[in-house]
Design a protein around this ligand. Sequence first.
Ligand SMILES: NC(=O)c1ccc[n+]([C@@H]2O[C@H](COP(=O)([O-])OP(=O)(O)OC[C@H]3O[C@@H](n4cnc5c(N)ncnc54)[C@H](O)[C@@H]3O)[C@@H](O)[C@H]2O)c1
Length: 278
Amino acid sequence: MDGTYGSKRPDRQLAVVIGAGGMGAAVARRLSHGHRVLVADIDAKRAESLAGQLTEEGGDVESVACDVTRPDSVDALAGVVRERGGFRVLAHVAGLSPVAEDFGLILRVNLTGPALVARALLPLAGPGAAAVLVSSLAGHGFTPAPGVEALLREPHDPRMAERVAAETPEENRSGALAYQISKCGLLSLVRREARAWGERGARIVSLSPGLIATPMGAVEFEHSPTKRGLLTRTPLARQGTMLEIADAVEFLASERASFISGTDLLVDGGLAATLAEA
Ligand SMILES: NC(=O)c1ccc[n+]([C@@H]2O[C@H](COP(=O)([O-])OP(=O)(O)OC[C@H]3O[C@@H](n4cnc5c(N)ncnc54)[C@H](O)[C@@H]3O)[C@@H](O)[C@H]2O)c1
């Protein structure tokens, strides 16, 4: 597709979507119905192909490569957002699943990444802006070890992941534990950042999906009997869909959620409630 295809919509405000994977694509598609969209992913080709597809569907969608774990890359993303005049919605969807197995990398992508992105974009938040950071059910009902909890309060620190690893006995350093720690850290990041975002008249929330039918989710089902067990305990007795996540992100980002900040929305078919009662 050449650069002249599609329509520019300067009348619309910007939504920045980090992550062009399964859920990120569903969220970007939904937000493209009412916003200009900038899609960012470490996989430049994936982001570009999604932007091309959504442009063909009538959206005003651009892409940019960004590795959320690298401050220089996140600053470059902020530079693009600044050039576009700031943003109204930030949806941070990118993340690594426990299957990635690299303890430090999971912590950096799932926690340092959104922390860096939220900090870099906050000064560019327009009136009524909202940030929605995708966490997980896995971050609920989990308490990190006290030494780890203290380190999670400094998620921007480039050595945070290394330090958490050092606090964790080697035999426990699994992808699953890194995932729980990272997503739990994200829930508390949102609670801590609500004041700074509020000072700009902006909101920050997290959204915790339960079992969602995505390509990432499918790989996890293959590898994890625990996950298959969780499906049988989900009160709605099915996986959620990416459309249901897009619905929830759209709501949280909208004016209808204008007094919701510093909190989390579980979109899990009731699973966390069942687990908490067990
Ligand atoms: N699928 C589920 O069942 C489920 C459940 C709970 C939470 N989640 C969360 O939902 C989010 C999205 O899941 P998905 O199914 O769309 O995953 P996905 O694997 O389809 O997409 C993730 C995207 O993140 C990108 N990414 C990875 N590292 C990056 C980096 N350093 N910088 C920028 N981008 C990077 C990948 O290139 C990929 O495009 C994740 O945060 C995940 O933890 C998923």
